[in-house]
Design a protein around this ligand. Sequence first.
Ligand SMILES: [Zn+2]
Length: 358
Amino acid sequence: MDRETAREQLKGDLRSYVEQITRKSKGANMYVCPLCGSGEGHNGTGAFSIKDGTSWKCFSCNKGGDIFDLIGEYEGIADHTEQLKRAGELFGITIDSYRSSAREDFSPAPAYQKQDKTEQYTHNNIRTNTYTQQPQTAGADYTDFFLQAHSHIEETDYPQRRGLSKAVIDRFKLGYVAEWRHPKAPNAPASPRLIIPTAKGSYLARDTRAEIPEEQKAYSKSKVGTIQLFNRKALQEAKKPVFIVEGELDALSIIEVGGEAVALGSTTKAKALVELLKTQKPSQPLIIALDNDTAGQKASEELIESLKGLSIPYYRLNPCGEYKDANEALQKNREALSQAVADAEHIQEEAEQAQREA
Ligand SMILES: [Zn+2]
C-alpha cells in the first residue's frame, strides 16, 4: 500500500490501538492515560480522551496527536517514518519502501562531536538548545545528555558499589550528574545521580548518596520521559534465554554475570511488552523473574497468560535465592547469582529432557 493511503487508513485505528495499550477510566470516552497513568487511581477520572476517532489528548501530561504520535510516545520512536512502519506492523499493513533514517540508539551525532568538549553541559541548556527545537511530536532526544553524563561516570563509585563493571557501564552508557534536577522540577534541590538511559527520550536517574535526606527519599529513583523497556533489543538479538525483570539495575546485574535481561521499568509495562511480542517474536525463551511481591506476582501471572496465548516459550525462575532482587544478590553473593544465571542457559534443554523422562 502506498504511504499516504496507509497513513489515512491507520489513523482510523486509533481507538483500537488505545484499547490495546490501556483501559477505560471513569467518564464517557475517557481512558487511563498510557503515558502518564492519569486515571489509574481508585476513583480517578482519566484525562485521556479520543476525539473524532482519529486524535487523542491528555489534559494531565498535556500530550496529544494522532495514532502515530501516540505510538511514538508509547514506544519511544521519534522518527516519523519508523512510527508509520510500526503502525503498519501493528495493524498488518505492508507499506511501500521506507526511507531508512532512524539513527542508531545513542550513537554520537556529528553535531555533538563538533561541540566544544569543555562546555558545561547541563540538563537545562539541553532543554533550551536541543530539546525545545524538536518538533512537539518528535519527543525528547537526550542522546547528547547521555553521552555527556557518561563522560563523567568516573566521578562516582556508585556503579562499583552496586557490583557493576566498566564493561557493563560502557555498554549501556551509564552516566553521572553531580547536580541533577528533574527537568519538570528545575527549582527542586539538586542531587547526585546515576543516569541509566532506557531510550532516546527516557532515562532513570538514581540518587547515588548512601544517606538520602528523609524528605527526598520519595524522589530517589526518578523517571524522565515515558517509561520504556530497558534493553528491549535483547528480545530480538539475544543468543541465550532472556530474563524479564522489573528494575533496570536488576537487568544490569544479570547482564553483569553473563546473562541477558530486559527490564520492564514498572510492572504496568508488562502490557507494553506483550504488545511488542505480538508482532516481534523473541529469538529466545523468556525467563520471568519479576519481584516477589504482590504487584510482581500479579504481573507475572498476567504476563504468563499472554505468553501462553502467543505460544512464546517461557519459564518462571527466581535466580536471586534469598535476596530481594538481582542487584542485592549481585552485591551479597555474586557467585550464586552467576551460577543461577549460567544454569538458566540450559533451561529449555532441561525442561525437554524432563518431559521425555516423564
Ligand atoms: Zn497523560
